[in-house]
Structure formats: C-alpha cells, structure tokens
Design a protein around this ligand. Structure first.
Ligand code: NZQ
Ligand code: ZN
Length: 388
C-alpha cells in the first residue's frame, strides 16, 4: 500500500425522502437563487420536479432552470447553462438526475471561473481552479459523480468525450433517496450497475502490491452490486437492494478505493469514452463490451489478481492460475450476457472499419493506463478482441 491523502468534501444525505432536507440546507447556506439542471422527462414523470419547485418556492428560493441534458451530455448545453447561470445571477447549481446532469452542472461550474473556451479545461490547456456550489439529487446510481470531482462531457462538433477532475467540483451536498430510482427502466439500472462494477475494477486491477483492505472492499462492493442488480431486475421496488446498489455505486468512485493505489488503470474507460464519442452508445453498455476485452488483452500482466478475482467473485478455483484467469473473464462476460448487456461491438451494430476510427479517437489522449502504457496499436488490439 502506498502513502495517501484522503479527503472527500461532499456531505451525503442518504435515505428515503432525504431530498426533502434541501430547502432547509440552502437557507442555512444563504442561497436564495439557484439554477436547477435536469434531463428530459423522468423527474417530471415521477413527480419530483413538482415537489421540488413547490418546496423551494415555499422556502423563498427562486428557481431558474435549464433542462434537456441527454446521456453522453453535450458541450452545447453546458454553454447554454453557463449563459443562463450568469443571466439569472444564480448563486448555486441544483443538479437533479443521473451522471449526465451532474457532469453538466460541474462543467457549468468550472466554466464560470474560466474566461476562455470551456473546452480548454477538458483539453487540459488550462486547469480547473474554482467551482460554484453544487447540490445534487441523484436519480440514477452509476457514475459516482454525486460524490466526486469528475465530469465527462461530449464535444459533439469535435466528436471528443473528455473529462475534467478537480477538488473544486465536489458537490457540497448530495441527496441519495433510493426510492427515486424505482422508475428506472431495467436497462438503466443495469447500465448503472455495470458502470459501478467497472469503477471498482479500474482500481482493483491497479498493480500496486499489498492493498488487501482496498481489495477486500472492492470484492464486497462487486458481489453486493451483482446480487442487488439480480433482485432489482425482478423487483425494481426492492428498497434495500436499491439502497445497496446506490451506496455501492457511490463508494466505487468517491476516492475510497483509490487510496494506497496508483490511481487505478482507467484504460477501459478511456477506450469506452471514445466508443461513446463515435457511436453515442450508453456508457454502461460500452463498458460491458470493452472491459472484458481489456482484461483479456492484459491477462498476462494481471494474472495473480485475475486469479484472486475468479475465486472471490465467482468462486472459481481450479488450481491453475492461467485457466482461472480465463474462466474469470468468461464468468464476467456471462454475467453481463445474463443481465442483457452486449459483450461484443458487433452487437451494437458497429462496422469493423469503425474500429480504426475509435482507436484514433482514443489515441488522442494516449498514452494512458497504469497496467501498461496504452498506445494506438494496443487500443486497436483491445477493440479487435471486443469485436470478434
Ligand atoms: O433525461 P431523463 O428523462 O431524465 O432520463 C434519464 C436518461 O435518459 C434516465 N433517468 C435518470 N433517472 C431516472 C431516469 N429514468 C427514470 N427514472 C429515473 N429515476 O436515465 C437516462 C440516463 O441518464 P444518465 O445521467 O446519462 O446516466 P448515468 O448516470 O449512467 O450517466 C452516464 C454519464 O456519466 C459519465 C458517462 O460517461 C456518461 O456520459 N460518467 C461520469 C463519471 C463521473 N462524473 O465521475 C464517471 C463515469 O465513468 C462516467 O464516465
Ligand atoms: Zn464509468
């Protein structure tokens, strides 16, 4: 285990109807004018929008809005949101939704304190120095964005899906009320679970030796998320499973699992972001395809960990490391298939020629990865495994 500093600035209010504490919190923080950011229709369908507007107005808090955030959130809407924030002289942002809504809010927040083009921050031409106060009401557990400083945005003109990460972007308070997720379509619950498991795996397969406590936590989260997801496919209103999945997804990417490691690998994520930039596939579906292919590609470098993964997650222990590693990758893919995820690029209708385009796209930010330096040639090899 390496030395580390761990600090997470976000206060989490977890539980049934915890979001009802929001008006009181805003009053306490001296905020009486907010910009509410949300997606398309889900928060209206579940009645959350009306409840919030009513309670915020009753508390004397003026609500300005920007809506229409879509999955793989677009830079153009970030720019509109920033304009709105400035015009309305709002004091803080309220993000109500999943990762795309929260990431859009963080990008607005970072952009507010930067005079140039916001995309400079994503292109790493300038650092994120400051952020606005962000409050989030989470309606989809997946990304961990509710308790971290990351945002991933798609520049639709340049076909680039890039990220920013800064301490300045941690939400001030996040409300996680698992019952708000009863309305999720099955596929969104599943995409979320795959994303959460993938975040855990990015840290788990980091090759830093002797990280027993982090690895045990990781295994516990993966097993619990698998179990909760299987129940939720049958019964979307099982509160305890919603709660387990929600907290598991938050813990997967709130910094806890990064402690003592070298930051995690993140190659699968970088390749998946390129895949989403080119095809607009949902992040959780892209990961179900890319991650097993990446494990296959990296097998010889992470065999001890894969062998442990086989036993701890899937109860596989034949005594042969190489064989168990193969079985672990197969078991992961089989579980993805069982819950209805694609595991091959073909299944999302990708033509083989497009692989080169995706590799070029990902290579714009190469080299990346902790396990090995991923360059275009290696990215292409992963994508070829993912295609076959
Ligand atoms: O637009 P609405 O109508 O709100 O519908 C949304 C959207 O279509 C729907 N939804 C959300 N809550 C719902 C609901 N439908 C019914 N009931 C509810 N309670 O779900 C759809 C998907 O939402 P989205 O926010 O896109 O999903 P997710 O939370 O999975 O976010 C994915 C985005 O986050 C990025 C991904 O790349 C992707 O762009 N990531 C962000 C990270 C971060 N900030 O730390 C890390 C991740 O690795 C990831 O890259
Ligand atoms: Zn992810």
């Amino acid at each position: 285990m390496r030395n580390f500093t761990f600090q997470n600035a976000t206060k989490v209010e977890f539980g049934k109807e915890s979001y009802k504490k929001l008006p009181e919190q805003l009053k306490k923080d001296g905020i009486d004018k907010i910009l509410m950011v949300y997606g398309r229709s889900s928060i209206k369908k579940i009645g959350l929008y009306d409840t919030l507007i009513e309670s915020l107005n009753a508390a004397g808090i003026k609500v300005n809005e920007i809506s229409g955030v879509q999955p793989n959130p677009r830079l153009s809407l970030v720019k509109e949101g920033l304009k709105k924030f400035k015009e309305t002289k709002s004091q803080a942002i309220l993000a109500v939704g999943g990762g795309s809504v929260i990431d859009t809010s963080k990008a607005i927040s970072a952009g507010y304190y930067y005079d140039g083009d916001i995309w400079d921050l994503f292109a790493k031409k300038a650092p994120v120095k400051e952020g606005l106060p962000i409050y989030t009401i989470l309606t989809l557990s997946a990304t961990g964005s509710e308790m971290n400083g990351n945002a991933v945005i798609t520049n639709e003109e340049a076909q680039q899906k890039w990220d920013i990460s800064s301490k300045a972007l941690y939400p001030v308070v996040t409300y996680i009320s698992p019952e708000l997720q009863y309305s999720l379509p099955k596929s969104q619950t599943i995409n979320g679970a795959v994303d959460a498991i993938s975040h855990v795996m990015e840290f788990y397969f980091d090759t830093t030796p002797r990280t027993e406590i982090q690895d045990a936590l990781a295994e516990g989260i993966i097993k619990t998320v698998i179990k909760a997801t299987e129940t939720l496919i049958e019964d979307p209103e099982d509160y305890q499973c919603r709660a387990a999945l929600a907290w598991g997804a938050t813990l997967a990417l709130n910094g806890l699992l990064a402690t003592g490691k070298q930051g995690g690998d993140w190659s699968s994520h970088m390749i998946e972001h390129a895949l989403s930039a080119v095809t607009d596939v949902a992040h959780g579906k892209g990961l179900a395809i890319v991650f097993p292919a990446f494990l296959e590609f990296s097998k010889d470098k992470i065999m001890d960990k894969l062998d442990r993964f086989a036993e701890k997650i899937f109860g596989i222990d034949t005594g042969s490391k190489g064989y168990d590693s193969d079985l672990a990758i197969k078991a992961l893919k089989d579980w993805y298939k069982k819950i209805g995820q694609p595991v091959k690029l073909k299944e999302i209708g990708l033509e083989e020629e497009k692989i080169e385009v995706i590799a070029d796209n990902a290579a714009q930010i190469a080299p990346f990865g902790q396990i090995q330096d991923m360059d275009k040639k290696k990215i292409l090899e992963v994508l070829k495994i993912a295609y076959k």
